[in-house]
Ligand binder design. Structure first.
Ligand code: UDP
Ligand code: GLC
Ligand code: MN
Length: 335
């Protein structure tokens, strides 16, 4: 008998928000797998109640921290030592196979086919594509593997101070041994780095299955107005923000539509719940887009190279946004 689960991790309220959106996004995409959240702190009772409604299993774990401030400083992410806690996902041996996903990921299309892959499958990291990114990976729970990972952590540490350095050292033949373990980028698309290759975003954006809000700026650090469908605030360079915005918008729509209503009383600082009809996608305030998902009338390669890109006109990400909305709300009727 197989028993398969998607697994995530949270150690504080901010990432918990991310995990709730992640869980709902998987359900909106019609997953048939179990949803598991590993929790490394004590959430307040109202939040815990919402976690119980959202996930099939809550697993309390103790915090593990690499404490490697020197290497973490290289990434300017001192908070990521705690991602060693992620390694405990190997202890969930009541599941035969799992897919771990960071709490800052958003699923926009069904990804249950990932369970056809074997340990250790992951997508390339955008910072160094011969390494994999540990925001999404397929693995097989095993106390033996867990023990070996801890041994390696003790003897060598992690070269980035977080789980990604350690796991890349452990599964070190990933880049060249077995191509089936290299997941396509659409299963772990780094939202904030799409500005670096815009033509690819326009060409493949509608095929994306998982958006990963990698980096310091997370969707929950931005504001969102449902009324104007506008994302604001945060601290992101403008060129990065332009291309990340549609994905942040989609994240907030799932938060407002699927997560916020689960809290009996509105948490402080939350935004208004928009009144979307249950079966239809919210309508964007940008109304002059072409139908059908794929971008049309976009700039020519020449114009792209000159930097002559009309973000608010023909080259806007409206079409990608429409596709994201359509996918995420396809199954919303069931919830
Ligand atoms: N995480 C957490 N608390 C923290 C930092 C990280 O729970 O303080 C978990 C969470 O699941 C998060 C993952 O570890 O998604 C990896 O961290 P993050 O996504 O911030 O790293 P990035 O993808 O930005 O490199
Ligand atoms: C990364 C990954 C994240 C991981 C962190 C620390 O860039 O996206 O999943 O936890 O580095 O290694
Ligand atoms: Mn992440």
């Amino acid at each position: 008998m197989t028993n398969e689960a998607f697994v995530t991790l949270v150690t504080n309220d901010s990432y918990a928000k991310g995990a709730l959106v992640w869980g709902q996004s998987l359900r909106n995409c019609g997953t048939t797998k179990k949803l598991v959240i590993m929790i490394g702190y004590k959430p307040e009772p109202p939040l815990q109640a919402v976690m119980e409604k959202t996930f099939d299993e809550l697993v309390y774990v103790s915090l593990m921290d690499s404490g490697d401030t020197t290497r973490l400083a290289l990434m300017a992410r001192p908070e990521l030592g705690v991602t060693f806690t992620k390694l405990q996902c190997w202890t969930l041996t009541h599941y035969t196979k799992c897919v771990f996903m960071d709490a800052d990921t958003l699923v926009v299309e069904n990804i249950d086919d990932l369970f056809e892959r074997e340990e250790f499958s992951a997508a390339p990291d955008v910072g160094w594509p011969d390494m994999f990114n540990t925001g999404v990976f397929v693995y097989k729970p095993s106390m033996e593997t867990y023990g070996k990972l801890l041994e390696l952590a003790k003897s060598e540490g992690s070269f980035d101070g977080g789980d990604q350095g350690l796991l890349n050292a452990y599964f070190s033949d990933w880049a060249f041994k077995d191509i089936t373990k290299r997941l396509p980028f659409i299963y772990n698309m780094a939202a904030n780095l799409t500005y670096s290759y815009l033509p690819a975003l326009l060409r493949f954006g509608t095929e994306v299955k998982v958006v990963h809000f990698l980096g310091q700026s997370k969707p929950w650090n931005f504001g969102y107005s449902a009324e104007s469908d506008n994302v604001y605030g945060g601290s992101m360079a403008d060129n990065m923000f332009q291309t990340t915005k549609p994905f942040i918008r989609t994240w907030w729509k799932v938060y407002n539509h699927n997560v916020e209503p689960l809290f009996e009383k509105k948490p402080e600082g939350s935004v208004d719940v928009p009144e979307y009809p249950k079966s239809s996608a919210p309508v964007s305030s940008e109304t002059n887009g072409s139908e059908g998902g794929k971008a049309s009338g976009a700039a020519t390669p020449d114009q792209w190279e000159r930097g002559d890109i009309n973000y608010t006109g023909s080259d806007r990400f409206h079409n990608i946004q429409r596709h994201l909305d359509a996918m995420i709300y396809k199954n919303a009727n069931d919830y």
